[in-house]
Design a protein around this ligand. Sequence first.
Ligand code: ZN
Length: 508
Amino acid sequence: MSETLSSFSELSQFEIDPASVQLLGYGYCDKKHVVVLGRVDPDGHGAVTVGMLHPGDQQLVDSLRGYLRRPVQPVQLNAWEIGRALDIGYGKLDPTADPGRLVLPDDASLDYAPDNPAPALTMQLLARALALGARQIHIERYADDVDVRLRIDGGLHPIGSPLSPANVGAVVGYLAALARLPEGEPGPRQGLIRATVGDEAGGRAVDLHLAVLPGPYGDDATLHVTQTQPQPRPLEAMGLSGPQLSSLRARLDAAQGLVVIGAASGHGRTTMLYSILSSLDARRRKVMTVEPVMEIDIPKIPQRTPAEGTTLAQLVRASLDHAPDVLAVGDVSDAESAASVGVALQRGVLVLAVVESADAVGAVSTLRRLGLTDDELADHLVAVVSPRLLPRLCPACRTAAPDDSRAAAAARAGHPVQGFTAPGCEACGGRGHDGRVGVHELLTPDAAFREKLAAGASAPVLRQVGGSEQTVVQLALQLANAGEVDLATVAGLPGAADHFSASTQAPR
Ligand SMILES: [Zn+2]
């Protein structure tokens, strides 16, 4: 499917010239889903470019060649684009007008009333899926059941939905109408739905490529989501637990202090930073960023990368002259940048700092090593969020493993857990894994933690003191119990040894 989609041409690449479009009759074009693109020189002999729904239809290409008396160069467009080009070419549509967008709500509550009309059901489902960060939405119909599954980060996740055999036909029909698919035409069809999520001014634009496939119980629908520009993921879609999410939000409301995002590279540090930035109210507070590379452009937030010959630290100090309330520093990896963070903290700014670390307490060690003092850290540290991505067991082939030796070791250590294994199947290409799943440690220092920190306590001591509601290992054990990850993965995490020993000492 993705190959078919990527071979789509974009209508915007072609000039729509009314005289050229009108070389073919409107009725014929509308019925056959073809449209002449570009400016055709009436005296020329070159090939005419024709947008087609099915460019491989040789019989149709031959007919077009006959009508136009010229060679034909077919390119693939979707039904919506062909209809739009025809309407512009025949003067039925002002080309400067917005092609029309579906505006979806930002809040993604699904009410499960199956009697809602199809448009309401459809909008809720799309809004919910997009809020969860879905890249694909699958609506599959069975004899007495409807499955809705979302592909998120490579993994396919079933979700509860109000769709049933009684209402799914109307929902798929509404999607087809939004994508302007030809009515009453049997067979597989494809189209495009342009949508804006959130209010029109600050909303994000997404394209939903709809594919409809007839089956024994009616049409199945699959929507492929493409962002028209990269977007931060909503904080609530990052995989933090409910209590972590509200705790982190409360810390981000702090007027000043240090919030650290600490993780190994490749574990979603930058994704987390952008997600946090997009959750801040940038109208109420002045939020600025200094980043080695600007990966995502966030509306209403001034973002800067160092010019050649300038260091990140110099740019941080320069940014302070603009009196930010919140300053994000995208990479604190040397003494100079750590010192600039120290200056920002002295000025009473809420600093979001990205550092390299294995876990939350490890981020404290990193900042100490780079030169922040124990007193500075004890005074200013508000939170450390430490994301980690673990390989996710394939949901298609995972099974409970009754004789898992690590489960036995965990039970002996006072952490009874069900182990799972995934031998590999067709769905996962025999790998047994399907995408990655995030666990997040959130450290929010309390008085005891600050006291130890100020006294220069080592990382192991700080881990003992705690400050995190749950450690990465505890969270990973929950994922293991739910069959999301295997116990070998959990056992490989830092600090996991305590959870798997046969020792009789009480677990902390
Ligand atoms: Zn599998």
